[in-house]
Design a binder for this molecule. Sequence first.
Ligand SMILES: *[C@@H]1O[C@H](CO)[C@@H](O)[C@H](O)[C@H]1NC(C)=O
Ligand SMILES: *[C@@H]1O[C@H](CO)[C@@H](O)[C@H](O)[C@H]1NC(C)=O
Ligand SMILES: *[C@@H]1O[C@H](CO)[C@@H](O)[C@H](O)[C@H]1NC(C)=O
Ligand SMILES: *[C@@H]1O[C@H](CO)[C@@H](O)[C@H](O)[C@H]1NC(C)=O
Ligand SMILES: *[C@@H]1O[C@H](CO)[C@@H](O)[C@H](O)[C@H]1NC(C)=O
Ligand SMILES: *[C@@H]1O[C@H](CO)[C@@H](O)[C@H](O)[C@H]1NC(C)=O
Ligand SMILES: *[C@@H]1O[C@H](CO)[C@@H](O)[C@H](O)[C@H]1NC(C)=O
Ligand SMILES: *[C@@H]1O[C@H](CO)[C@@H](O)[C@H](O)[C@H]1NC(C)=O
Ligand SMILES: *[C@@H]1O[C@H](CO)[C@@H](O)[C@H](O)[C@H]1NC(C)=O
Ligand SMILES: *[C@@H]1O[C@H](CO)[C@@H](O)[C@H](O)[C@H]1NC(C)=O
Length: 574
Amino acid sequence: MEASSMSLKMPFIVCLIIFPIVIMVTLMYQNASFGLFEGFSKGMAYKNVTTSDIGLGQNVTYDNFGEKKESDANLKSSKNISPTNSTNVSTSTPPKETIEDKEKLLDGLLVSGFDESSCISRSQSHLYHKSSPHKPSPYLISKIRKYEELHRRCGPNTIAYNEDMKIIANSNNATNVGTTTCKYVIWVPANGLGNQIISMVSTFLYAILTDRIMLVKFGKDKDGLFCEPFLNSSWLLPKDSPFWNVENVPTYQSMLEKEWSNSSNEDIPSSMFVDLRYSPNFEERFFHCDDSQYFLSEIPLLFFESGQYFVPSFFMTPIFNKELNKMFPEITPVFHHLGRYLFHPSNEAWGHITRFYQQHFEKANERIGLQIRVFDPNSTPHEIVMEQLLNCTLENKILPNVFSMKNSSLSSSDKKGTIKKVVLVASLYPQYGEALKTMYINKSTIKGEVIEIFQPSGEEQQKFNDNKHNMKAWVDMYLLSLTDVLVTTYQSTFGYVAKALGNTRPWILYHPITHNNNKEICDREFNLEPCYHYPPYHYCDVDGKVIENFAPSFPYVRHCKDYPYGIKLTNGSI
Ligand SMILES: *[C@@H]1O[C@H](CO)[C@@H](O)[C@H](O)[C@H]1NC(C)=O
Ligand SMILES: *[C@@H]1O[C@H](CO)[C@@H](O)[C@H](O)[C@H]1NC(C)=O
Ligand SMILES: *[C@@H]1O[C@H](CO)[C@@H](O)[C@H](O)[C@H]1NC(C)=O
Ligand SMILES: *[C@@H]1O[C@H](CO)[C@@H](O)[C@H](O)[C@H]1NC(C)=O
Ligand SMILES: *[C@@H]1O[C@H](CO)[C@@H](O)[C@H](O)[C@H]1NC(C)=O
Ligand SMILES: *[C@@H]1O[C@H](CO)[C@@H](O)[C@H](O)[C@H]1NC(C)=O
Ligand SMILES: *[C@@H]1O[C@H](CO)[C@@H](O)[C@H](O)[C@H]1NC(C)=O
Ligand SMILES: *[C@@H]1O[C@H](CO)[C@@H](O)[C@H](O)[C@H]1NC(C)=O
Ligand SMILES: *[C@@H]1O[C@H](CO)[C@@H](O)[C@H](O)[C@H]1NC(C)=O
Ligand SMILES: *[C@@H]1O[C@H](CO)[C@@H](O)[C@H](O)[C@H]1NC(C)=O
């Protein structure tokens, strides 16, 4: 990382103004009540935790600013705080390192105390990403601190966990289960890595809302991709867990069929499998109803399998509404915050990312990401997709045009000082990068910009359950999140992850043939949230009428542009 390329992301003066406000807000929240989901934690031993026990959450701002921390020399030198300015105001402001910490911890989203060498990206990612204008609310931060505390107490290998798992494994019904200390939700993978990331974020938010611990079932395919997100504990479901294989676990659907609402306590199982994947069985789609949530809250261990971004359904669930509004006064960066909180590239992934960055991105004036997903090469041939990509990027001035004939008037020595744009192509198919390279090599652009094209991976086939493939996919996704201008493909969860981590509103390439009869080939995305492709189908009233129109019924959701059947969170005006 070269110091010169990094500029101070948050003006110093702004910090001076914001600092006392943050302190005030933090003090206000110290008196707020946190026990909003009493119904969910009834009888749970952790209910006796008071706000003052959760020291981290309450004092997070104080902690950030007040505590002097060791700071890596590289990080320090990359900052450019004017010494005159900072010395002049030093009596009333925290020392320099604490401002860096604030950025490093993503405005309080992350917590300090991790061993930095075991996960370098956690402390360095802020040097690579643009600074985010979206700030996590103090309430969201306090909820996350509270979650971490709970996870430390109930995570794998704790006394509570070991006892609870024994109880759950030995009981067929909830009668014996009233005594579990904690409740759990185990995330089960479905689909590719992009789908898995968006569904993990959804499961994590569910865990926060319902006072559960989230554990993830990671097979070998995800070994060494991510750091552990929770301080002093693990989110990995131990491979020797009796719940590694989900067999004979009653399904939510089967319970609905039995009309659980009439059943007595004896019939409530100790674990339940909730299938939130797309399925023609509409029963699962009552998940967003209060009744379902009260019922599920009684069950100590849930399994979620989804592959979807089902967060919008929480906003449609009345009992979650109040809490969500407090956590997310700004609605559209839900995934942006929770994704940046959970997913830190492992040191191996970070090595790939930073090497590419330093070799290609660092000296660029503009970084452009092109994510090209071809869902069905038979019905949408590569030539059509390529033509669409060029139409979209040239028309919208994302890529510059070249002289149509070879024009040697600009030799490479004349190009000094010209604008350099580096293009990262992320696609399973290497021909996109090749075609663009051929287009720009030895040719002049109209304004004389230098265009460099790189396509680090082109695997041809999406592979499932493949560790190397996942590593490439994760590195590509993350590199895309470091670009200034992003083009992604309709319906692609890969693109959803990149835009949200990087806080970039991308251009979306629509289906090249069917979308709007090809009248519109690409368009600017309207916010950072992923699209929930298969939203709830029914209202929760007695009749369970089909939801025809989301807009008037649910002010926070709209249909997606890239997949009109799906819905996404919006701030209400768009
Ligand atoms: C909560 O109360 C129970 C029973 O009184 C006790 O065993 C447990 O340690 C308490 N937990 C905390 C965090 O104080
Ligand atoms: C947290 O804040 C409270 C009240 O402001 C204070 O009494 C306590 O000492 C603080 N704890 C830590 C660890 O800083
Ligand atoms: C303080 O910083 C601001 C913004 O970086 C700059 O415009 C101003 O000239 C600086 N003042 C001094 C005295 O260095
Ligand atoms: C330092 O701050 C004072 C006001 O607090 C101001 O009058 C003075 O000009 C500042 N000095 C510099 C070098 O910025
Ligand atoms: C549930 O557990 C209770 C007490 O152990 C037992 O009497 C009852 O038969 C069990 N019900 C089922 C459905 O297993
Ligand atoms: C995390 O573990 C370290 C080392 O055991 C310990 O010093 C630290 O207090 C722990 N932090 C929390 C919040 O539990
Ligand atoms: C369930 O309870 C409702 C009323 O509470 C009743 O109308 C219905 O018949 C019951 N269903 C079964 C299967 O017992
Ligand atoms: C690209 O633009 C040309 C000229 O406007 C048009 O004829 C062609 O259909 C477009 N191709 C695609 C795939 O949109
Ligand atoms: C090549 O570049 C020169 C100078 O920029 C220009 O005058 C000429 O028309 C160009 N030739 C072609 C074929 O575009
Ligand atoms: C580009 O120019 C270099 C040096 O002039 C030459 O070696 C290379 O073959 C050219 N490539 C193409 C594709 O024209």
